[in-house]
Ligand binder design. Structure first.
Ligand SMILES: [Zn+2]
Ligand SMILES: [Zn+2]
Length: 89
């Protein structure tokens, strides 16, 4: 009965479930912040569109980074659209 010790299956359909990085929030995270890579739930991530010279990209950021984006005079003009909900497509 000692043959299988330490031979755990590595099968898992989902990656490890992270809690939202916001301390007061206990929701399950859905993605990580584009800037700081903290995992946040759909409530706390905002989908923002950043316009670059050639195209626009949509990223998800946590409240802290969204605040920084909005306060940053260089990033501010690049923010064309801020959705308060997490959007998946
Ligand atoms: Zn962040
Ligand atoms: Zn949250």
């Amino acid at each position: 009965m000692a043959g299988n010790a330490g031979h755990a299956s590595e099968e898992s359909a989902m990656p490890v479930t992270y809690r939202c990085a916001i301390a007061s929030c206990h929701r399950r995270s859905v993605a990580s912040c584009f800037e700081c890579e903290r995992f946040c739930c759909e409530r706390h991530l905002s989908a923002v569109s950043l316009v670059t010279a050639t195209s626009s990209i949509r990223v998800h950021v946590c409240p802290t980074c969204l605040y920084r984006y909005r306060a940053d005079p260089e990033i501010q003009p690049l923010l064309t659209n801020v959705a308060t909900r997490f959007l998946v497509d």
